[in-house]
Write a protein that binds this ligand. Structure first.
Ligand code: RB5
Length: 149
């Protein structure tokens, strides 16, 4: 599973911490930026990583901005992306088991590295349950087919 990783300036430090975690634990990833000491628009970097998932170059994305909210809004504009800011470990687990989240968003100004890494660990390890949840995901895909060109 290859991860597309990206942040804006507000998420940069946390992104670097997540990158270190992924490296240490042998998870392949591509870092789409941003770099240090630049003030950027989260939209641009979130979109680069989301596009990599849509195009099949990466399997999932982890996006970091100040709150995780802007990145989630951007990622969810891409067909097939299910981006979830996760306010708790329970949410991280259910985002995978029920929502089949393929994009975790984190907040560099709202979460510590320790908290974020606990969420990342759960989000990476939890499988989608399928069953009735697959039916619900299919309904989301049907809405996308209706509303995306
Ligand atoms: C950047 O200052 C901030 O607005 C951004 O990182 C994020 O919180 C947007 O959702």
């Amino acid at each position: 599973m290859k991860i597309a990783l990206a942040s804006d300036h507000a998420g940069y430090d946390l992104k670097e911490g997540v990158a270190e975690y992924l490296r240490t634990h042998g998870h392949p990833f591509v870092d789409f930026g941003c770099g240090p000491r630049e003030s950027v628009d989260y939209v641009d970097y979130g979109a680069k990583a989301a596009r990599a998932v849509v195009e099949g170059d990466c399997d999932r994305a982890i996006l970091v901005c100040g709150t995780g909210l802007g990145m989630a809004i951007v990622a969810n504009k891409f067909k097939g992306l299910r981006a979830t800011p996760c306010p708790s470990e329970y949410a991280a687990e259910v985002s995978r088991s029920h929502n089949d989240s393929n994009c975790l968003t984190l907040g560099g100004r709202t979460q510590t590295l320790d908290t974020a890494l606990r969420l990342v660990k759960i989000w990476l390890a939890t499988p989608f349950e399928g069953g009735r949840h697959a039916r619900r995901i299919q309904k989301i895909s049907d809405i996308e087919d209706e509303t995306f060109k």
